[in-house]
Design a protein around this ligand. Structure first.
Ligand code: CMP
Length: 144
């Protein structure tokens, strides 16, 4: 379906200069960028964003890490962008990501896996709502 996904370049992706590479791959694939901002996320936001992982052993390290430095939060739109975006990112564990995927090309450990992508249409809606106000989503089309 025509949908939106929340894609975030994590602090390791920003620090390694991979923001442009990630944007380029989504643009090249034909997806449409509708929102983007660089932020250092507050703990409260991350607790909500990662609520499904609350109680897991990696929860605290994950929150301190993502909260440590700026991330680039984006919303991409297009046909099946949630599932296609996940494929483009590769498996969460970079050791299992196929070469050619973002993680498969640039990452080796789960705790530093460069970028996040919504795992379902429902998560996408929830995450976009958490990270962006309605007026931060651009409504644009080509008139060429
Ligand atoms: P992400 O897709 O952002 O969703 C949850 C994140 O938790 C995941 O990417 C990893 O960065 C991080 N994480 C750290 N350790 C683990 C783990 N053992 N299993 C799953 N996710 C982990």
């Amino acid at each position: 379906a025509h949908e939106r996904s929340f894609i975030m370049v994590k602090p390791d992706g920003v620090q390694r200069g991979l923001v442009g590479e990630i944007i380029k791959r989504f643009e090249q694939r034909g997806f449409k960028l509708v929102a983007m901002k660089m932020v250092t996320p507050q703990r409260a936001l991350l607790e909500q964003h990662y609520e499904e992982h609350k109680g897991k052993k990696f929860f605290d390290p994950l929150l301190s890490y993502i909260g440590s430095g700026p991330v680039v939060a984006m919303v991409w739109e297009g046909l099946n962008v949630v599932s296609v975006g996940r494929k483009m990112l590769g498996a969460t564990d970079p050791a299992k990501s196929e070469p050619g995927t973002i993680r498969g090309d640039y990452a080796i450990v789960t705790g530093r896996n460069i970028a996040h992508g919504s795992d379902s249409d429902k998560s996408a809606k929830r995450e976009i709502d958490l990270w962006f106000r309605a007026d931060e989503l651009a409504n644009w089309t080509n008139f060429s």
